[in-house]
Design a binder for this molecule. Structure first.
Ligand code: IPE
Ligand code: IPE
Ligand code: MG
Length: 258
């Protein structure tokens, strides 16, 4: 039996008709998870890494093509110094400990976000993860680190302005495709589904451009509690959404045509 048929059988059994090609996760609520237990925020972040592992495993199992995870925003630098240090430490350890397993699972790691001011050790590690896994053909795990969508769009505008200044591009050639091609996500399809945990209903500077037609699912659970069941619940909700992309619903358009 073809792999596609097997996947269809598996998702049908779960009651999922349409699986998104690209899921993006806003992993929020680590601090509240810890506070609710009288633990330091760092403990919430530690448990958050375990939830991330579960999310990656679920995405592999469910044959999702792209999983983007918001791991650290451009604005998260303004948190207390020791919290920033612990978050960087956890990212470090996650890549050190999990890179081999990710590679063995045929996962390709990509990193989005500004790289210019990162410390050489973090940058080296992120680049190593990309290099080691670049030929893998399974899940693409996109890690958004030091990521801010406004900064990303501004950088794309700057690149285009430089081309215009050099006479290599005419202003009237700047369209949506030209901008998309200069974002960090240039060769990554737009997210179909954006899941945010913790109950907050906002994007917090995540994928502003790419989210134009994404479906949003806001889960009331805190990120350290995220698991396969939560992912499936979000997929079931997604399967009931009707995506229109500005068009009319197919049944309706058939009626209008007749
Ligand atoms: C998400 O959890 C982790 C990062 C933003 C890096 P938070 O640390 O934002 O947890 P809350 O929102 O304070 O509960
Ligand atoms: C968004 O969460 C960033 C990440 C999940 C990495 P935040 O907790 O930083 O967002 P706000 O401050 O509540 O909007
Ligand atoms: Mg938060």
């Amino acid at each position: 039996m073809a792999e596609g048929d097997l996947l269809e059988m598996a998702t049908t059994a779960l009651g999922i008709k349409t699986t998104p090609r690209h899921i993006a996760l806003i992993m929020d609520g680590n601090g509240r998870w810890a506070a609710a237990r009288g633990l330091p925020r760092l403990e919430g972040h530690r448990r958050g890494v375990e939830a991330l592992r579960r999310a990656v495993r679920a995405a592999i199992e469910l044959k999702i093509s792209y999983l983007t995870v918001y791991s650290f925003s451009a604005e998260n630098w303004s948190r207390p110094r020791d919290e920033v240090q612990s978050l960087l430490g956890l990212l470090h350890r996650f890549i050190r400990n999990d890179l081999n397993e990710l590679h063995a699972s045929n996962v390709r790691v990509r990193v989005i976000g500004a790289r210019a001011d990162l410390s050489p050790d973090i940058l080296g590690l992120l680049e190593e993860a990309e290099r080691v896994t670049q030929a893998n053909t399974g899940l693409t795990l996109v890690v958004a680190f030091n990521y801010g969508a406004r900064q990303e769009i501004a950088a794309a505008a700057r690149a285009l302005a430089e081309m215009v200044a050099q006479g290599r591009l005419a202003p009237n050639e700047i369209d949506a495709d030209a901008i998309a091609a200069r974002l960090d996500t240039a060769d990554i399809p737009d997210p179909d589904l954006i899941i945010r945990t913790s109950g907050e209903q906002r994007l917090s500077n995540f994928l502003l451009w790419q989210a134009a037609y994404a479906e949003f699912v806001f889960l009331p659970i805190l990120w350290p509690d995220f698991d396969r069941a939560a992912m499936i619940a979000a997929l079931q909700e997604y399967a009931h959404r009707e995506r229109r992309f500005g068009r009319v619903e197919p049944a309706l358009s058939a009626k209008t045509a007749s």
